[in-house]
Structures are given as structure tokens and as C-alpha cells.
Design a protein around this ligand. Structure first.
Ligand code: NI
Length: 394
């Protein structure tokens, strides 16, 4: 353990926390991160760090160091969620119905903290550090668009790291693993069309409500009967929308949901099985079914950590925290569009503990009372910095 870097991060923790709280009060959802992007750009300008903006609409790509290879990328996401905040904090969201409930405000603030720490050490950098601030992680595949618009080029990125606040780990713990950390994720919209009519004359209709009910029950067998028990996967139908009168059989019923698998191939198998079951059951009930993705959002691939990058993370983390705080975590069926970067170059996505019962930071991400122990923020900033220093050393 060499606490110099962590001490430097702690010395600026007030500055990091201020940025985080400003972002927390002004959450912006996918592809609307205009003010967030402006704050990132303003901060980078003040630090004297050059950047490209309007990448993937609101994204920012900054560069430090020599401008030539080797090149390591550090990534943060900037978007909030359409959730109304109920957390007990002194700086709640000022925008009704929107909240940083996944901690992306922390991710952005920690990467700006790392920007400041790296700028102070720029003369020591033997290569280039790329800082990627991306939009639209929560749907919208902002990471894929950032890559399309050159975030991993000039010079070519050799390795990429990302941090997510991790509510299952106590503050200051650092968790990761080799191989798959997070699931491949896809969205579903199932539309069933029948023939509506008077509810007292069901024989004169083709009832899509009954057909959809059978489809939803039928889908429960996909994971149980079609997927290997050793290939964890999930099918969840989460919304259901049918008619609007108690005595009318509607023409259409629409359900939406999510599918998850620890492998990208598993997700394709789920999708194919769901389509086959929905179309066949609808047809048995004289209805038709279509299965599509919501808003044409692409399926997110699984987030797979490279073994060398995870080894590097453990070394980088050991500079900051005791070895007992560096832990292997099991994979989860949450999704992450960091997957797109890790598909292109070796990389590692890491969980940073933020759980602290004493201050009520106990809820999971995407919960209206989700709360972060801000003592973790300087650790995250130092960790990003340490990733960069270790990656350029090797
Ligand atoms: Ni997130």
C-alpha cells in the first residue's frame, strides 16, 4: 500500500463531492446530458486538459499525456434515470421524476477527480490517457456510439477501465473478476393483435387478452426448459397494457420486458425461443403476435473482463487499500454498455463499494432511495488514476 495517491485524492475530495452534488441535483436522462456535458467541459478547460465534445451527441473525450501510444482509456457514464428521488440527502434532485439512481453522477465526478490527479502527474505519463465521458448508458447504447465516433482511436486505445459504484460492497472495497461480470441484456415488446368486440359475445371476437395471458405463462418455461441450468438467464415481463373498458374485448394487447443472459449467445437463444412461443400461442388463439426490441435499442453484449486487466486492477487497487478490501465478486444479471469497449480492446469493469448502514446507504441501484457513501469518491478517483499509471508502466 502506498497512500500518496489516495492522500492526494482525499485532499481534493471536497472538490470531487461538490461536482457530484451539482450533477446529482441536475440529473439528465439518456442523450439529454447537455448541462452535465457542459460541466465536464468547463472543468476540463479549467484543468488545462484538451478534449473533443459533442461525441455521440453529448459525450466528451479528453486526452492527457504524450499523445502517442501506449494508450489507456478510463470511462465514465453521465446519464440519470426516469425515477423520482426519495433519498434522504441534503442535495436531492431538483428535477421531478429524474434521479441519479445508478450513481453515474459519482462516476463522472470520480473521473474528473482522476483528470485533476493525472494532470498533476502528466510529465510522468509515458503514453496517453484517454478520458471518456459517455451519454446514454441506461438504454441508448451510448458506448457503442462513442466507439463509432472514434473514442478508441488516435492513438488507438490498448486497454480500457471503468468503475461502477457497487451497493453490495462496503465503502472502499473494490470488487471484480476475470471473465463475465455483467449480463447480455435485451428489451422486448410483444404485441398481440386479435379481433375486439362486446365482452358478452366473446365467441364473436379473437380475444388477445387470453392469448397474451397464455404467452406470458408460456414464457416462464424458456429459462426452466430451454436454457441450461449452468447458463444463468432471466425473462421478466414488466408492463402489460390491454383495453380500457370492463365490458369490451380489445383488439390489441402489448407487453414489454427484459431478457438477460451471462452470454451473448444465450441472449440470442432466449430471443428466438420467445418469438417462437409468442407467435405459436397467438396463432393457436386466432391472434397474431410480433416480438421486437423497444425503441430499436440494440441488445447489450455481456461485459467480459480480461484476465490481465483484472490482475492490473488488483495491483492498482493494492496501492490504495488493504488487500482484504480487494475481493472477487460473482457475476450479476445487470447489464452495462461498458461491454462495447471491452469487446473492442482488453479491459476490466470494477465495482467500488459505497454501502454504509450508518448513513442509510443500503439501497440497490435504480431504487428511489438509492444513496451513496461519498467517502468512496476519492477512492474511485485515485483508483482510476492508479489504473492509468499501472497500464502505462507495463
Ligand atoms: Ni449504472
Amino acid at each position: 500500500m502506498n497512500s500518496v495517491l489516495l492522500n492526494s485524492a482525499r485532499a481534493i475530495s471536497g472538490w470531487i463531492v461538490d461536482i457530484r452534488r451539482t450533477l446529482h441535483q441536475h440529473p439528465e436522462v439518456k442523450y439529454e446530458e447537455v448541462e452535465t456535458s457542459r460541466l465536464v467541459q468547463k472543468t476540463l478547460t479549467e484543468l488545462g486538459i484538451s478534449f473533443r465534445h459533442s461525441v455521440a451527441r453529448t459525450g466528451v473525450v479528453a486526452t492527457l499525456g504524450t499523445g502517442s501510444g501506449p494508450c489507456v482509456a478510463l470511462r465514465a457514464d453521465m446519464d440519470a434515470l426516469p425515477i423520482h428521488e426519495e433519498a434522504d440527502v441534503e442535495f436531492p434532485s431538483r428535477i421531478p421524476g429524474k434521479m441519479h439512481a445508478c450513481g453515474h453522477d459519482c462516476h463522472t465526478a470520480m473521473l474528473l477527480g482522476a483528470a485533476r490527479l493525472l494532470k498533476e502527474r502528466e510529465s510522468e505519463l509515458r503514453g496517453t490517457v484517454r478520458l471518456i465521458f459517455q451519454p446514454a448508458e441506461e438504454g441508448g447504447a451510448g458506448g457503442a456510439r462513442m466507439i463509432e465516433e472514434g473514442a478508441l482511436q488516435n492513438p488507438g486505445v490498448d486497454r480500457v477501465f471503468g468503475i461502477h459504484v457497487w451497493p453490495e460492497l462496503p465503502t472502499g472495497f473494490i470488487g471484480g473478476r476475470t471473465g463475465t461480470l455483467m449480463a447480455a441484456v435485451g428489451s422486448l415488446r410483444i404485441s398481440v393483435r386479435g379481433k375486439g368486440g362486446h365482452a358478452a359475445f366473446p365467441h364473436m371476437t379473437h380475444d388477445p387478452v387470453v392469448a397474451m395471458s397464455q404467452i406470458i405463462c408460456g414464457l416462464q418455461t424458456v429459462v426452466a426448459r430451454e436454457m441450461s441450468p449452468f447458463d444463468p438467464s432471466v425473462v421478466s415481463i414488466t408492463t402489460l397494457c390491454a383495453g380500457n373498458a370492463f365490458n369490451v374485448i380489445p383488439q390489441d394487447v402489448v407487453a414489454t420486458g427484459t431478457i438477460r443472459s451471462l452470454t451473448t449467445e444465450g441472449l440470442l437463444r432466449l430471443r428466438a425461443a420467445i418469438e417462437r412461443i409468442a407467435v405459436s400461442i397467438a396463432s393457436a388463439h386466432r391472434c397474431t403476435a410480433t416480438v421486437e426490441r423497444i425503441d430499436d435499442d440494440p441488445d447489450y453484449p455481456a461485459t467480459v473482463n480480461d484476465a490481465n486487466s483484472w490482475a492490473m486492477v488488483q495491483k492498482a487497487a493494492a496501492d490504495l487499500v488493504p488487500l482484504s478490501q480487494i475481493v472477487e465478486v460473482p457475476p450479476v444479471l445487470g447489464g452495462e454498455d461498458f461491454a462495447y469497449y471491452a469487446e473492442k480492446v482488453p479491459g476490466c469493469f470494477v465495482g467500488l463499494g459505497i454501502r454504509n448502514e450508518a448513513i442509510g446507504a443500503v439501497e440497490f441501484v435504480h431504487h428511489p432511495r438509492f444513496k451513496v457513501d461519498e467517502a468512496a469518491l476519492p477512492v474511485g478517483a485515485a483508483l482510476h488514476t492508479s489504473f492509468a499509471l499501472h497500464a502505462l508502466k507495463s
